[in-house]
Design a protein around this ligand. Structure first.
Ligand code: S3P
Length: 444
C-alpha cells in the first residue's frame, strides 16, 4: 500500500500526452499473436494490465519483444495457432484481458488456468462462460463463475449467434475472438452499441467483420471464421479514459487551460466529452484525423463553471469507465447532476457506485444513490470548495484512486488515497503528467 496525498492546485496549464489506449493495446497484442507474420505496435500502453496480456500471449507461443525505442514487435502464430501454456495465466487486475483471452482460448484445443487479484477474482465471468460454452469450450470455475478458472477450448469450435444480455464490449469481443477459429459465420447482436475496437482491428488485420445497423439502435456484427489474419502496424492513440482525468481537473480548477494530445475519439468511447459539454464545459476537439479506422485528435479544455444536468442511461456504454471522474465533475458543478443506467458500475474493478458514493460523502459531498443511479449535489463554484480532508480507500481500483486525486486538486483540504499502486494498471506516470500541468502531490 502506497499512501498518496494531493494538495489544492494552482491553475493547470499546458499540453500533455497521456499513455496509450488500454482497450486497443490489449487487442493489438492478442490479434498480433494470432496473425501471421510481424505486427509492430507504437504507443502501446505499458501498464500492468496490458503487460499481463503480453505475458499471456508469450506463454501461449507468440514471440513478443519491446524495442529500445518503445516499439513492440510480435511474431504471431496464425489463427488457431496458440499453444498450450505450461503455467497458470495471471491476469492481475484486468477483466478485459481475462474475458477476451477466454474468448481466444475457446477456439483452441488447449487447457488454460486463469487467475487474478482479489478484485478480478470477485468479478462475474458467467457472462463469457455462457456463450463460450455454446462454442464448445468447457469451464471449471470458482463459485459463482469466478476466477480462478480452468478453461478447455473446443476441439471443433462452433460458430454461434449470440444476443448480448448486457451491453459489454468484452463479451462481444470474447465471442468474436472465439469465432476466429470456427468455420462459418459467428454473429453477435448487441441491443446497445458498445466500443467497436475489436471489429475495427480485426478488419485492420485482414479479417472479415460486417456491422449492420438494426432498428432501435441495435447492431448485428458478423465475423467470417478462419480468416487469414496478417501482421500489421498498429499506432495506439492516447486513452480517452486516462485523458478524462486531466479534462475534468482542468474543468474544475479555475484558470486552467489544458490540451491533451492525440486522444482516441472513437464515438463509442467519447461520451465523457458530450457529458462535460452538457455540464457547460469549455471543451473543443482540434485536428481530428482517422488512423486504422479510429478517430484521433487533440482535446482542449478551459476552466468554466460547470452546471448540473441529467446524464441519460443511453450514454452509459460510451463512458462506462469515466463515471467515477464524472461524479467528481458533478460535485464541483452548480446544482444537481443525475446519472442513470449505472448497473454495470457495480461489477467493475470495484463496486464503483458504492465506493464513489462513500468517498464523496467522506469528502463532504452530498449524494443520493439507488441500485442503478446516483444524484450528486454540486457545490457550484470552487470559491466555496468541497471540504475534502478525507482518506479514501482505492479498493484495488485505479479509476477510484485517480478520481479522488482529481477531487483533491480543487478541494479546500488535502485528500489522501490509502493506496496509489493500482494507478499503474492503466496510467503509469499519472502523477508525473499531472504535476507537469501544475498538480501537487505529497507522499508520506
Ligand atoms: C472494455 C470494455 C468495458 C470497459 C473496460 C474495457 C474493453 O467493459 O469497462 O474497461 O476493452 O472491451 P465491459 O465490456 O464489461 O463493459
Amino acid at each position: 500500500m502506497t499512501k498518496l496525498t494531493v494538495l489544492r492546485a494552482d491553475p493547470l496549464t499546458g499540453h500533455v500526452q497521456v499513455p496509450g489506449d488500454k482497450s486497443i493495446s490489449h487487442r493489438a497484442l492478442m490479434l498480433g499473436a494470432v496473425a501471421l507474420g510481424e505486427t509492430r505496435i507504437t504507443g502501446l500502453l505499458e501498464g500492468e494490465d496490458v503487460l499481463a496480456t503480453a505475458d499471456a500471449m508469450r506463454a501461449m507461443g507468440a514471440k513478443i519483444v519491446r524495442e529500445d525505442n518503445g516499439e513492440w514487435r510480435i511474431n504471431g502464430l496464425g489463427v488457431g495457432g496458440l499453444l498450450q501454456p505450461h503455467n497458470d495465466i495471471d491476469m492481475g487486475n484486468s477483466g478485459t484481458a481475462a474475458r477476451l483471452l477466454m474468448g481466444l482460448v475457446a477456439g483452441h484445443n488447449i487447457t488454460v488456468t486463469f487467475k487474478g487479484d482479489a478484485s478480478l477474482s470477485s468479478r462475474p465471468m458467467m457472462r463469457v462462460i455462457e456463450p463460450l460454452t455454446q462454442v464448445g469450450a468447457r469451464f471449471d470455475a470458482a463459485e459463482g463463475g469466478r476466477l480462478p478458472l480452468t478453461e478447455t477450448g473446443a476441439q471443433m469450435p462452433m460458430p454461434i449467434t449470440y444476443e448480448l444480455p448486457v451491453a459489454s464490449a468484452q463479451v462481444k469481443s470474447a465471442v468474436l475472438f472465439a469465432g476466429l477459429n470456427a468455420p462459418g459465420e459467428t454473429v453477435v447482436i448487441e441491443p446497445k452499441p458498445t466500443r467497436d475496437h475489436s471489429e475495427k482491428m480485426l478488419n485492420h488485420f485482414g479479417g472479415d467483420v460486417r456491422v449492420d445497423e438494426l432498428p432501435g439502435g441495435a447492431r448485428r456484427i458478423t465475423l467470417k471464421g478462419r480468416p487469414d489474419l496478417q501482421g500489421r502496424d498498429v499506432i495506439v492513440p492516447a486513452d480517452i479514459s486516462s485523458a478524462a482525468f486531466a479534462l475534468v481537473a482542468a474543468s474544475i480548477i479555475p484558470g486552467s487551460d489544458v490540451t491533451v494530445t492525440n486522444v482516441g475519439l472513437n464515438p463509442l468511447r467519447a461520451g465523457v466529452i458530450n457529458t462535460l459539454k452538457d455540464m457547460g464545459a469549455d471543451i473543443e476537439m482540434i485536428g481530428q484525423t482517422t488512423s486504422a479506422g479510429e478517430d484521433v485528435g487533440d482535446v482542449r479544455v478551459r476552466f468554466c463553471g460547470l452546471k448540473g444536468c441529467t446524464v441519460p442511461a443511453s450514454r452509459a456504454p460510451a463512458q462506462i469507465d469515466e463515471y467515477p471522474v464524472l461524479f467528481v465533475a458533478a460535485a464541483y458543478a452548480q446544482g444537481q447532476t443525475r446519472f442513470e443506467g449505472l448497473e454495470e458500475l457495480r461489477v467493475k474493478e470495484s463496486d464503483r457506485l458504492s465506493v464513489m458514493a462513500k468517498g464523496l460523502t467522506a469528502c463532504g459531498v452530498v449524494v443520493e444513490q439507488g441500485e442503478d443511479w446516483l444524484v450528486v449535489h454540486g457545490i457550484g463554484g470552487t470559491d466555496v470548495g468541497i471540504p475534502g480532508g478525507a482518506t479514501v480507500a482505492s479498493s484495488l481500483d485505479h479509476r477510484i484512486a485517480m478520481s479522488f486525486l482529481v477531487l483533491g486538486m480543487a478541494s479546500k483540504h488535502p485528500v489522501t488515497i490509502d493506496d496509489a499502486s493500482p494507478i499503474d494498471t492503466s496510467f503509469p506516470g499519472f502523477c508525473r503528467v499531472m504535476t507537469g500541468l501544475g498538480a501537487k502531490f505529497k507522499t508520506d
